[in-house]
Ligand binder design. Structure first.
Ligand code: NDP
Length: 399
């Protein structure tokens, strides 16, 4: 059916490539391109031999011209951006210049400001409309599947959704004293930033990790969860009518938080450049270089993740509660695609998002978040592609 250019060959890129190859009728050819070409070549070795033709290339996606040249030579139907959030705009510019559809999993973040917001990418809406191409933003798990779950709840179970709690639990253990499950720089920037949630039409800001609860997760058990700012809150607040409150929660172990506290206290999580031996370095980038590569955690990580959404609202005049979630097993993911569940749960929906656009189910000109499309084909594809979901109509509710 089509050709996809995958930019980024880290944990998530690896899963996307494997999953495209598992769907050769949709992805007839893929080009895996990244800054370090050897990672793409390694992936190609693992993937060759199936129906999908696999190519590799080196690209610096900070440079729009390089991405344009690559698109012009490969002529993909869609670009799947699983590099870092810093490359979103340069890649979107290249898609505009070449009239190519676009999918990503994380919203743009300026490298020098620890703030992620959709405003930069939403500003492309008219340009994409005029060019007649689709940009699908945030098609990972969270953001991504959490938005699809919301659209599904809205379509099938509620007249009005009033409260949304998004719960992201990782009960995996990689055996290291401290490591992050995805890109350390992005992960630490997210956690050390102030928290926030949406209530009655405005943002309520909290100190970093100020609000804590304990939740009994299906198939995992009790875990401490902390309220964080997360990007899908912004798009859901815009797209879900009459919603009163949206919160995002993530689990962290005591051990993880103690290490993070120490690193913060000594200045290692700062993004302010400092001079070291005559060179300017950013402490957080240096920390990334000394921490284990998230891709190396795959073979070591045991346990499960559970990510889902709890909705409260009204149907036919009556109050209703609904919880929909996916449980993913780190070791099973590793066996299947050579990556742990955090990369798996982001990579599978990125492939499905591209599949939705390529097959025409989610194809319309403009810039969209996932909850703006019909959730049913995406929900069906989750069940078929390794992320089956479960539901409950009497979940434990967070106060
Ligand atoms: P990794 O750091 O493992 O991989 C990033 C990849 O992008 C690497 O291959 C890296 O190349 C490449 N890259 C970085 N800069 C450039 C550049 N300028 N040009 C070309 N390639 C570049 O990150 P992950 O795979 O863990 O995450 C990928 C994306 O997925 C991130 O945006 C992350 O925020 C997002 N994500 C989304 C989730 C969701 O649920 N929505 C969950 C997890 C992640 P090199 O090897 O040279 O460093």
């Amino acid at each position: 059916m089509g050709k996809a250019l995958i930019i980024g060959a880290g944990g998530v890129g690896q899963v996307v490539a494997h999953k495209c190859v598992q769907n050769p009728d949709v992805f007839e050819e893929i080009l895996i391109a990244s800054r370090t070409k050897s990672k793409c070549d390694q992936l190609k070795k693992e993937l060759d031999g199936g129906k999908t033709k696999v190519h590799t290339a080196k690209v610096d996606a900070d440079k729009t011209e390089e991405v344009i040249d690559l698109i012009n030579s490969f002529k993909p139907d869609i670009v799947i951006n699983v590099a870092l959030p810093y490359q979103d705009l340069t890649i979107m510019d290249a898609c505009l210049a070449t009239k190519t559809d676009y999918v990503d999993t994380a919203n743009y973040e300026p490298p020098d400001i620890p703030k992620f917001e959709y405003k930069w990418q939403w500003a492309y809406k008219e340009k994409f409309e005029k060019a007649g191409i689709t940009a699908l933003l945030g098609s990972g798990f969270d953001p991504g599947v959490t938005g699809v779950f919301t659209a599904y709840a809205q379509k099938h179970y509620f007249d009005e959704i009033h409260y949304i709690d998004i719960l992201d639990a990782n009960a995996g253990d990689h055996g290291y004293p401290f490591a992050t499950n995805f890109n350390p720089e992005i992960n630490i920037r997210e956690i050390t930033a102030p928290g926030s949630y949406w209530e009655k039409g405005k943002w309520i800001e909290t100190k970093p990790l100020e609000i804590k609860r304990t939740y009994n997760f299906p198939e995992i058990g009790d875990m401490d969860i902390y309220l964080l700012h997360h990007e899908e809150i912004e798009s859901l607040a815009k797209n879900i009518k009459n919603v009163k409150r949206i919160r995002f929660w993530m689990t962290f172990s005591k051990k993880y938080l103690t290490h993070l506290q120490v690193l913060q206290n000594v200045g290692m999580t700062s993004i302010e450049p400092i001079e070291f031996e005559g060179k300017l370095i950013q402490p957080l980038q240096f920390l990334k270089a000394v921490l284990p590569d998230p891709a190396s955690l795959g073979p070591r990580t045991k346990g499960k993740t559970n990510i889902g959404c709890i909705f409260q609202g009204i149907k036919d005049g009556k109050e209703r509660q609904y919880y929909v979630y996916n449980v993913c097993n780190h070791q099973e993911c590793y066996k299947e695609v050579g990556a742990q569940a955090v990369s798996y749960t982001a990579g599978v929906p990125a492939m499905i998002g591209a599949m939705m656009v390529l097959t025409g189910k989610w194809k319309k000109p403009g810039v969209f978040n996932v909850e703006e499309f019909d959730p049913d084909p995406f929900m069906a594809a989750l069940n078929k592609n390794g992320l089956p979901w479960q539901e409950s109509f009497s979940p434990e509710i967070l106060d």
